[in-house]
Ligand binder design. Structure first.
Ligand code: SAH
Ligand code: SF4
Length: 373
């Protein structure tokens, strides 16, 4: 059942960039308790395995650990950092999980069932500072980056939920709240835990990250040893028009973005996905297809079309027929392209709709902050 980690999966014996092993760097509070008690070194691996493989939500369930240690951990280093506040279920089987962080922020995670796939869409920030005009998360502004453990734990909670139905998470997409490449290190660390054969053990090729197009990070991501997939949110091939809906486009031109894209495929030889949300009258005309056919000039490029999911941002979705025509024209012009069905709309769980109602109510969510690196 489920996928196994591939060759590039890192064992937790390997060091992370900061000199610590993956369990040590993911669980510093646990390490502090272990060090304080003079516990043997292997205990951190046991604690990590209890969380990432055993899916325990309470140290009392971690029966590999001696009871006095479990009690000390319960007191000083809780087994969970996210509190599941609500679970909504859509008519198509999509599930949306609302979490609170320990410091009271709200974030959302979505599970999308599709034939034998169970895809989990995870968040990397509380809100998002990128301010794309059509996106509900973008309207919120940013409160803070999530920690690696908060990112990884979203997957563990969903798996624990699915395990009750004898199902397994098969795919991860980093397409929830936030711009993952503004929280690069924590996102990669979390994905390593998910990929790690001593952790959650999901193959890297079943994990995809979506970015609005931060070019330095696209190159850095291409150089990572794991075979993670990448999606770039393009949404318009014309420079001026892209700038109108995505402020990030004022920072990086389409040609700069495409040279980072070229670096990714040349370095990894992996397929590269371009996300394209069809907005009525904005980016859905034949001239857009024609320009896309010029810009997406590599056989490893794939165009992922998606109809706009309603958010209160003043945009409208291209009709189903219009979307199909756009797709057909793209294929006629030689593009590799698909039209993705929208899921979870009736519980506001579709792409771009995540806006944790709790978060909207929070005082002080800054509407827009300058784009950091
Ligand atoms: N911040 C990252 C990943 C999260 S958004 C990014 O922007 O790539 C995941 C995808 O949903 C992106 O392609 C985003 O542009 C798109 N999206 C945002 N709002 C949407 C909406 N209302 N309808 C459809 N897609 C939307
Ligand atoms: Fe942020 Fe992505 Fe929404 Fe843009 S589309 S505001 S980058 S979450």
């Amino acid at each position: 059942m489920g996928a196994t980690a591939n060759k590039t999966s890192r064992s937790n014996k390997e060091k992370t960039g900061d000199g610590a092993t993956l369990p040590e760097s993911l669980l510093p509070e646990v390490k502090a308790v272990l060090d304080g008690r003079g516990e043997p070194r292997y205990r951190i691996k046991q604690a990590y395995a209890a969380l990432a493989k055993g899916l325990v939500r309470n140290w009392s369930e971690a029966t590999d650990l001696p009871r006095p240690l479990r009690e000390a951990l319960t007191e000083h280093a809780p087994a969970t950092v996210l509190d599941l506040k609500d679970l909504s279920k859509a008519s198509d089987g999509t599930r949306k999980y609302l979490f609170h962080t320990a410091d009271g922020h709200a974030i959302e995670t979505v599970m999308i069932p599709e034939r034998d796939r169970r895809t989990v869409c995870i968040s990397t920030q509380v809100g998002c500072p990128m301010a794309c005009k059509f996106c509900a998360t973008g309207l919120l502004g940013i409160k803070r980056n999530l920690k690696a453990r908060e990112i990884a734990e979203q997957v563990l909670v969903v798996q624990r939920d699915l395990a009750g139905k004898n199902e397994r998470v098969t795919n991860i997409v980093v397409m929830g709240m936030g711009e993952p490449f503004l929280n690069y290190d924590a996102t990669i660390k979390a994905l390593r835990v998910i990929n790690d054969s001593d952790g959650f053990n999901l193959a890297a090729r079943h994990i995809a990250v979506s970015t609005s197009g931060l070019i330095d990070k696209i190159r850095r991501f291409a150089d990572e040893p794991e075979q993670f997939h990448l999606a770039i949110s393009l949404h318009n091939p014309f420079e001026n028009e892209r700038r109108e809906i995505m402020p990030v486009a004022s920072r990086h031109s389409v040609s700069e973005l495409m040279s980072a894209a070229r670096y990714f495929v040349d370095t990894t030889r992996r397929k590269l996905f371009f996300e394209y949300t069809l907005l009525e009258g904005v980016n859905d005309q034949p001239r857009h297809v024609e320009k896309l056919a010029q810009v997406l000039d590599h056989p490893l490029y794939h165009l992922n079309l998606l109809r706009f999911n309603w958010t209160d941002t003043g945009f409208a979705a291209t009709s189903k027929r219009g979307a199909r025509e756009f797709l057909e024209y793209a294929k006629d012009l030689g593009l590799s392209a698909t039209l993705r069905p929208s899921r979870g709309n009736d519980i506001d769980a579709a792409c771009g709709q995540l806006a944790a109602k709790d978060l909207q109510k929070l005082q002080g969510a800054s509407p827009v902050v300058p784009l950091g690196r």
